[in-house]
Structure formats: C-alpha cells, structure tokens
Design a protein around this ligand. Structure first.
Ligand code: FPP
Length: 250
C-alpha cells in the first residue's frame, strides 16, 4: 500500500479530501484552565498541550493537511508570571531538541515566526538548528509563532519598506500586497484557510492579522490539552460546510 492510500483511508469518510484546508492555524488556549480543573499547576497544562500539538501535527500529516501553524507564545505573554515564562521557554527548547529526530523521520519542515532575537540564546540556537536541519523536508510545513505579535509584524514590515523607499530603492507606487507580504515573518507561506481556537474565546489575540483576512474561524469550548482527532474532525467538518465567498457573491 502506498503512503498516499493509507493517508486517504485514515481520513474520516464524511470529509471531502478535495476540500480540506491547505493551512490550519491554531490558538492553543485553555492550558491553565485544564490544569486548574485537575488541581495541578498551570505549567502542567502547557506540558500536556505539547502532546495535543504533536498529535494534531501527526493528524494533519495523516489526513492530508499540508500546513499547520501554532501560536505558542505571543508578544503579550511576557506579562505572565516569570516562572511560567521561564517554564515555557525551557519547554520549547526541550521539545525541539527531543523531537528533531522524529520530525526529520516524518519529513516535517519546521519554521519559527516572530521576534526571535529576543528569545533566550539557547532557545535561538535550537530554533536555528531545527529550521536548518529540516529546511529541505517536503512533508508538512509546521510553523510555530513564538514571541509573535501581528501588529508588530505589520509594523516591522512597514519600517523595512519605508527604509527601502527612503534609500531610493523603491517607489511608493510599487508597494502592493505581494511586496508587503514578502516583508512579513510568514513570507512564502500560504494564508491560513481555517483558524481553530480552543477554550471558547472569540478573539484573534493579535495572531496573523494580515494573513487571516479571509480565514474561516472555528471556536470550540474544548480546552487545548483535550483537543484530539475527534475535535479536529468536527472542526474540519464545520469548515467544509462553510461557503467561502472572499467578499464576492456566489
Ligand atoms: C495558552 O493557554 C497557551 C499558551 C500561552 C502556551 C501554548 C504552548 C504550548 C501548548 C506548548 C507548545 C510547544 C511547542 C514546542 C511549540 P493559557 O495558559 O492562556 O490557558 P488559560 O487561558 O486557561 O489560562
């Protein structure tokens, strides 16, 4: 049996493989509440959240969704208690180091987006290594937004473009969507078709503001560590029932 056939077999029969989103973005919310409900420290929710993310990545691969982007740490998350921030930074580093071999084996191409220069040096090293080692992988594109803020991303693109204009390298009339996008952290990535947010909040929280102009938004009350394949199936099913008009009349 070819890999492709086994992938099709695993996709739930009610889902249309030709109408799957090409790119799914996730806001992994509710880790703290998941832990609190169990009388555990918040960090245990994040720890458990890693397993949910790993399973979603594998599920995207199995079912034929070619790109997944996860919001791991926002520019606003620095405002959390120091121990939690420290735990998260160490967790990212540990997971990256631990999973790199498996990502290579599964042909995952990992990319980090955000203001990476302000992250701890040791984490930056793991990020560089992960991106470099997996750059030629042609399986699923896995993007992790870390120290990411949509407004900041747009601002830094504006500044870079303004500098080019100032240096006479660019005329303001040449600024179009394509050029603008080439200055975003996500340059070269397709726009998410579907945004999934867990734990019931109906907000974008500064995530991929430009890129998600036409994303379908799916919100579930499920807390992130409990988000599994059944939940993903429900999200994809809801997505396939949406009519995507992109502002036009169909
Ligand atoms: C939001 O839940 C979750 C986060 C800010 C962290 C998410 C990070 C992970 C799941 C780890 C991912 C790991 C890698 C390597 C990419 P919350 O703490 O805001 O939950 P609450 O709203 O219930 O308090």
């Amino acid at each position: 049996m070819t890999v492709k056939q086994s992938k099709l077999q695993e996709l739930p029969v009610d889902l249309d493989q030709n109408r799957l989103p090409h790119h799914v973005a996730v806001i992994m919310d509710g880790n703290g509440r998941w832990a609190k409900k169990r009388g555990l420290p918040r960090i245990m929710g994040h720890q458990q959240g890693v397993d949910a993310l790993k399973d979603l990545l594998r599920c995207c691969k199995d079912w034929g969704v070619p790109a997944l982007t996860a919001y791991a740490f926002s520019t606003e998350n620095w405002g959390r208690p120091l121990e939690e921030v420290d735990f998260l930074m160490t967790l990212f580093e540990r997971v990256l180091r631990r999973e790199l071999q498996e990502m290579m084996a599964e042909n995952v191409k990992i990319r980090f987006v955000g203001n990476l220069e302000s992250l701890p040096q040791s984490l930056q090293l793991e990020i560089d290594r992960g991106m470099k080692d997996t750059q030629n992988n042609r399986g699923i594109q896995f993007t992790v937004a870390t120290n990411y803020g949509g407004r900041q991303e747009i601002l830094q693109a504006c500044k870079a473009i303004a500098a080019h204009v100032h240096q006479g390298l660019l005329h303001p009339d040449d600024i179009n969507e394509e050029l603008f996008e080439s200055h975003l952290y996500t340059a070269g990535l397709s726009h998410p078709d579907l945004l999934i947010r867990t734990s019931g909040e109906m907000r974008l929280s500064n995530f991929l503001l430009w890129q998600m102009a036409y994303a379908e938004i799916y919100v579930t009350d499920t807390l992130w560590p409990d988000f599994d394949r059944t939940q993903f199936h429900l999200a994809l099913s809801a997505y396939q029932h949406r009519e995507r008009r992109f502002g036009k009349v169909m």
